[in-house]
Design a protein around this ligand. Structure first.
Ligand code: COA
Length: 437
């Protein structure tokens, strides 16, 4: 276990630990594991430098969460670098679906529990430049960076002056790391998904369930974004989330979110990572209205359950007539990850006055044509992200279906009523065949 040591001359230590990217890349040995901070915390220039010498390396596992746009995803990695993603996004989706890499299933809140026992030879991450006492901030990705600092045999940080200094449990001291490199490339940005008629209709249905003073978690995807826009007319909302997005800035600036009724971290929004534009990253820099914590805390269902009137809003891809939801694959093809969907679903489910919403457009466009996302049974091979025993509300652009405490018959009836009208008769026929109704 590492801990920060007070050193008056930390600047000397910084200089002593400073190496070029190439020097660090040259240190990597074969038959090892690199674990990177994930999302916007992946040190891009350092990873590129390592990947440039891939042909000299054998059997190096590269682990991360949702690496975006990194050169690990190429055939010439085969045998040299194995890409193991703990959350899947557009960056590595194609390669992992094609079998040239792998995915590790887990609930995000339990990630560091699941990493226990894993030998981590190199922990790598972006950090902000140090403050006047030699503390650097993990910045936009704090989820498991502290775990990497405490458990990796060698800790390498890439100081990027564009990385915001974010408050909370986000700090690593110069004395705690083995090597430092510097590179100020632009941070990865994630475009805001524009709202549309369907996502606005879904947001409209959820709106009436959200009381003033509620604590909100907003998941990833277009619909949670639309919900955020609609919350602007509420009062005294709080944020306890996994992801911090651009839409939360608007809610904080308009005053709809002031965190004044939160049961913990009053007056501050809490999350464990941020994804958005440069505006978001600049806004987070030295902003005392926001605190980031490790995912083992933000996504702990017990912590979530203690929030005042917790409401979670997450998206899914497909729901069967019993209410079980597949949010991470299309059939057996891994598309995303469960992330913290179940963590928040469980936490909100245990919270007095808590509510958990899963949102989905009633149809999806596929190569075969338009399909219903409400289905009699999930497509063969689908992975279940939220079980039917935990699901609370399902919402489409046609309405809200309440699942908790409802029988299979009631669930099927309600879900058929919020399916796209073109598919309702067929769903009813199938439900009858299955003796659901
Ligand atoms: N069958 C086949 N294809 C489907 C489908 C279905 N049932 N449902 C969606 N798709 C396709 C869409 O047509 C779309 O294809 P395109 O990219 O070619 O247009 C694609 O899958 C993505 O669907 P969309 O609904 O636009 O996704 P999104 O960006 O809104 O994200 C999730 C939705 C579910 C993938 C995303 O919210 C997620 O990863 N959730 C799990 C993680 C989570 O909830 N974490 C919680 C805290 S952050």
């Amino acid at each position: 276990m590492r801990y920060p040591r007070y050193i008056g001359n930390w600047k000397d230590e910084y200089r002593n630990k400073l190496r070029s990217m190439t020097e660090i890349a040259d240190m990597i040995q074969s038959n090892t594991r690199i674990f990177s901070a994930g999302w916007g915390g992946d040190p891009i220039a350092l990873i590129k430098a390592i990947s440039e010498r891939r042909e000299t390396l054998e059997n190096v596992e590269f682990c991360s969460n949702n690496s975006l746009g990194l050169p690990f995803n190429e055939p010439r990695n085969d045998g040299h670098l194995l890409n193991n993603q703990w959350f899947l996004g557009s960056g590595a989706r194609r390669e992992i679906q094609a079998g040239r890499g792998t995915y590790t299933p887990h609930h995000f809140g339990k990630q560091t529990r699941d990493m226990e026992g894993l030998e981590i030879d190199y922990g790598i991450m972006y950090v902000s430049p140090p403050d006047s006492h030699g503390f650097m901030s993990f910045g936009t990705m704090t989820a498991y960076s502290r775990y990497l600092v405490d458990h990796a045999k060698i800790v390498v940080v890439q100081v990027n002056e564009k990385m915001p200094f974010i408050y909370g449990d986000t700090l690593v001291h110069v004395s705690e790391v083995n090597y430092i490199c510097e590179g100020n490339e632009p941070l990865l940005t994630i475009p805001v998904i524009p709202t549309n008629e369907k996502s606005e209709a879904i947001a409209g249905f959820i709106d009436e369930f959200i009381e003033d003073g509620s604590t909100i978690q907003l998941g990833i995807g277009g619909i949670p974004n639309a919900v955020a826009k609609l919350l602007a007319h509420k009062h005294d909302l709080g944020i306890h989330s996994e992801m911090f997005t651009e839409s939360i800035i608007d809610l904080m600036e308009s005053g709809a979110v002031n965190n004044c009724q939160k049961s913990s971290h009053r007056y501050r929004s809490v999350a464990c990572f941020a994804g958005g534009s440069e505006r978001l990253y600049n806004w987070l820099n030295y902003n005392h209205f926001v605190e980031f914590y490790p995912v083992s805390y933000t996504n702990d269902p017990v912590v979530i359950a203690k929030q005042n009137k917790m409401v979670s809003i997450n998206a899914t891809l497909s729901v069967d007539l019993s209410g079980q939801a597949c949010s991470e694959s299309i059939g057996p093809k891994q598309y995303s990850g469960v992330g913290g969907q179940m963590d928040f679903n469980l936490g909100a489910g245990m919270c007095p006055d808590g509510k958990a919403f899963l949102v989905v457009n009633s149809t999806a466009k596929t190569k075969e044509g338009i399909v219903s996302t409400i289905v009699p049974t999930l497509e063969k091979g689908s992975f279940i992200s939220t079980t039917r025993n935990d699901v609370d509300f399902i919402v489409t652009e046609y309405g809200v279906a309440k699942m908790r405490g409802k029988s299979m018959r009631q669930r099927a009836e309600q879900l058929i009523s919020i399916a796209h009208p073109d598919f309702r008769a067929e769903l009813r026929k199938e439900a009858e065949k299955l003796f659901f109704i």
